[in-house]
Design a protein around this ligand. Structure first.
Ligand code: PGA
Length: 252
């Protein structure tokens, strides 16, 4: 049985004070919720505050990015040992915004995945197609290439523990969600690609859907057999809407 995992990707939102306030309020709302893993992924500058505020609750914390070297002359970057020591459990890797605006490629995604694993954290690996790619009928091929590249060189034991987030780019922040059936089909395809690479580990790996997930569409998405959670952007910025999604997912 795969435990659903709901992660809030705050992107570049909230100062440390706003983050602390959110976390206190949100933690109360979900304190009785079981059967779902709850993750907050704030900006780097909020990590310390959110980790401290979430201490002793059922919320764990992840970062939104990492650099693959442990240390060195890489101005502005943050390394995996730094994130591990501060208390991060997860790191989002290869979000489409990072691929689009910050030059991330399948190759750098693979390097970052390795760095995160080496330091005992779990990557949340993002894959997904653009609208043109979808219209051209190449969704399966695009997510398959991204998935294979991200997992290149990993053992099947390690693959079993990873998280993949399927996020169709045209559904991110647009209010357009993939239909539950479409999301299920692509995610089942991703699972079949993982099966080719890592055999039985494909049954353990958790695959999230992301792209305009809201409290009112979460339950239907989560009821699909291959969808094991959500990566939530906009709707994770308000305690009540994010708590709503968490609760809907636990109920499913
Ligand atoms: P959204 O973002 O929920 O605002 O569409 C999802 C994401 O980018 O992870």
């Amino acid at each position: 049985m795969r435990k659903p995992i709901i992660a809030g990707n705050w992107k570049m939102h909230k100062t440390p004070m706003e983050a602390a306030e959110f976390t206190k309020e949100f933690a109360q709302m979900v304190s009785q919720t079981e059967g779902v893993e709850i993750v907050l992924c704030p900006p780097f500058t909020d990590l310390h505050t959110v980790i401290n505020t979430a201490h002793g609750t059922n919320i764990v914390v992840g970062a939104q990015n990492v650099y693959w070297e442990d240390q060195g002359a890489f101005t502005g970057e943050v390394s995996a040992p730094m994130l591990k020591e501060i208390g991060c459990k997860y790191v989002i890797i290869g979000h489409s915004e990072r691929r689009q605006y910050f030059g991330e490629t399948d190759e750098t995604v693979n390097k970052k995945v390795n760095a995160v694993l080496q330091h005992g954290m779990t990557p949340i690996i993002c894959v997904g197609e653009t609208l043109e790619e979808r219209d051209a009928g190449s969704t399966e091929q695009v997510v398959s290439t991204q998935t294979k590249a991200a997992l290149e060189g990993l053992s099947s034991e390690v693959v079993a523990e990873l998280i993949i987030a399927y996020e169709p780019i045209w559904a991110i922040g647009t209010g357009k969600t993939a239909s539950a059936e479409d999301a299920q089909n692509v995610i089942a395809h991703i699972r079949s690609v993982v099966k080719e690479i890592a055999g039985g580990s494909a049954d353990s790996i958790r695959i999230q859907y992301g792209g305009s997930v809201k409290p009112n569409n979460a339950a239907e998405l989560m009821s699909q057999p291959d969808i094991d959670g959500a990566l939530v952007g906009g709707a994770s910025l308000k305690p009540d809407s994010f708590a709503g999604i968490v609760k809907e997912s636990a109920a499913g």
